[in-house]
Design a protein around this ligand. Structure first.
Ligand code: PCA
Length: 331
């Protein structure tokens, strides 16, 4: 079986790096990309555009198959699989990998990034350190694209922090888990793919996510309100196995880099558009879309400071330096 075939199949058997490092050939390399979310979302569309750009820029020598919804690899296994070369490309939500790389938790630090411009500053301030850390583990970062800002969907209006106490609150990473703990809610872990069912079955009283995921899971089937907290703007990162990368001929690498630059720039545009369109859809489905009350906002801001301290303590100097760089850029 050829190397590209084994990679395409996502086989668990490690692929010999030696085979990848043979001199460039004109043949097509069929490689698979593990997508973390559904096909229909803007992230999925952007992934497919990335794959087809890579194909056309490499004159067909790169053939990337996008497999959505974590069907190829669950998100928490993507970075290790890239390192072991079991996977050629993969998409992850950065903060969902914070237990493997504490620095990635910075992407979901709540209440410090309030707009896409802030999120761009944070990415510029952290990109190098993220690339360096992942590079040491055999993973090459290609690009990152944000979700719309995270807000709070709820069954009943939440005007004060105390209103969250005792609620079944959906969580999806360390930040949301810790927030649930701090507000005294019952954390219920639900992956994005399982949200439509969980919401329709009424298993959640409230959930943190973006306007677009709210639409994707039809939040209106059991919830009444979207509080646009702009709590943080997490990003999906698309990475390559460094060993696979090193085995590609130069023109294929150049094509990948250019396709990645285009995907990053179009992805940020798509995220803005998706946010606008999703809020309109929520309203069209009779949901109330509103900013947080001052009474809710104040304690959440204070919580943001606490998160900064706790995470800097856990994640060390790279993290602290990246955070400082962010504040310096943002001014
Ligand atoms: N949607 C994904 C990640 C962040 C977002 O907006 C989710 O809720 O799981």
């Amino acid at each position: 079986m050829t190397l590209s075939r084994r990679l395409a199949l996502g086989g668990v058997a490690a692929c010999a790096v030696g085979a990848l490092q043979r001199p460039a050939r004109a043949s097509t390399s069929r490689l698979r990309l593990s997508g973390a979310y559904g096909d229909a979302l803007f992230h999925g569309r952007n992934l497919r555009a990335f794959a087809s750009q890579a194909a056309s820029l490499s004159r067909g020598s790169l053939d990337i198959e996008v497999v959505p919804d974590g069907r190829l690899k669950p998100m928490d296994q993507v970075l290790p699989a890239l390192q072991r070369q079991e996977l050629a490309f993969g998409e992850v939500l950065m903060s969902a990998c914070a237990s493997q790389h504490a620095l990635l938790g910075i992407d979901a630090l709540p209440f410090i990034v309030r707009s896409f411009e802030d999120a761009q500053h944070l990415w510029e301030a952290t990109r190098e350190a993220v690339q360096q850390q992942l590079g040491e583990r055999g993973v090459r970062v290609l690009y990152a694209v944000p979700w719309p800002a995270q807000g709070l969907f709820c069954r009943h209006p939440v005007g004060r922090l105390q209103d969250l106490k005792g609620l079944r609150l959906r969580v999806y990473d360390e930040t949301t888990q810790r927030l649930a703990e701090l507000v005294g809610a019952h954390a219920v872990t639900v992956a994005a793919a399982d949200l439509p069912r969980a919401v329709a079955d009424g298993r959640l009283d409230a959930m943190f996510t973006s306007s677009s995921t709210g639409v994707d899971c039809q939040a209106w089937s059991s919830m009444s309100t979207f509080i646009d907290l702009r709590a943080w703007i997490p990003k999906n990162m698309v990475c390559a196995s460094d060993a696979v990368w090193r085995g590609l001929p130069d023109p294929a690498r150049a094509a990948l880099l250019q396709a990645a630059r285009q995907a990053e720039s179009s992805g940020w545009q798509l995220a803005r558009q998706a946010d606008e369109a999703a809020k309109q859809q929520l309203t069209a489905h009779r949901m109330t879309v509103e900013p947080p009350s001052a009474e809710l906002r104040r304690p959440l801001d204070l919580m943001g400071e606490r998160f900064g301290r706790e995470t800097a303590h856990k994640a060390g100097m790279d993290y602290t330096r990246a955070l400082l760089a962010y504040y310096t850029r943002r001014g």
